[in-house]
Design a protein around this ligand. Structure first.
Ligand SMILES: [Zn+2]
Length: 156
């Protein structure tokens, strides 16, 4: 769990080139307590925002993903993070900038509602979702670290 004191703290969780293009989530008030992660989709549907903290850290990490609209193949796909399957409108390629010259893509739930899917799956099997949600944050951080070079910082 981490806390965002102000909208500015939310904006500053993103990397600096992303900060000027952020559409804030609707209906949030500050200070904001985030249990697992925060995800929202831009009203245009073009971009999806993620704010989470690495396991063992309370420093929020923000990533902006772009939906790859050319990715409209048939068949079902699997989300890299929660392992849910879905059609191309539900699970698909989300891309983000590594730097001004390079982008990386990862196959994810298009709305990043991985948490709800893991909670549903845990409910159905009578397990507690905590462990699955921890693994989800580990996968988020592995992507941030390995693909984008973002470091975890322990809570100050
Ligand atoms: Zn997912």
């Amino acid at each position: 769990m981490f806390r965002l004191e102000t909208d500015r703290a939310l904006i500053e969780s993103f990397r600096s080139p992303d900060r000027r293009v952020i559409e804030m989530p609707e209906g949030v008030t500050f200070p904001l307590f985030v249990r697992d992660y925060l995800a929202w989709t831009e009203t245009s549907g073009a971009r999806v925002y993620l704010v989470f903290a690495a396991p063992g850290s309370r420093k929020p990490i923000g990533i902006i993903f772009r939906r790859d609209t050319s990715d409209s193949g048939l068949g079902s796909r699997i989300c890299d993070w929660c392992h849910s399957t879905g059609s191309s409108s539900e699970v698909g390629l989300l891309t983000t900038d590594v730097n001004s010259k390079r982008r990386v893509g990862v196959c994810l739930c298009m709305d990043l509602r991985c948490k709800e899917k893991l909670e549903d799956a845990a409910d159905r099997s009578g397990r507690l979702p905590r462990q699955a949600l921890e693994q989800l944050r580990e996968r988020m951080f592995r992507f941030a670290h390995e693909a984008l070079g973002i470091e975890a910082q322990p809570a100050a």
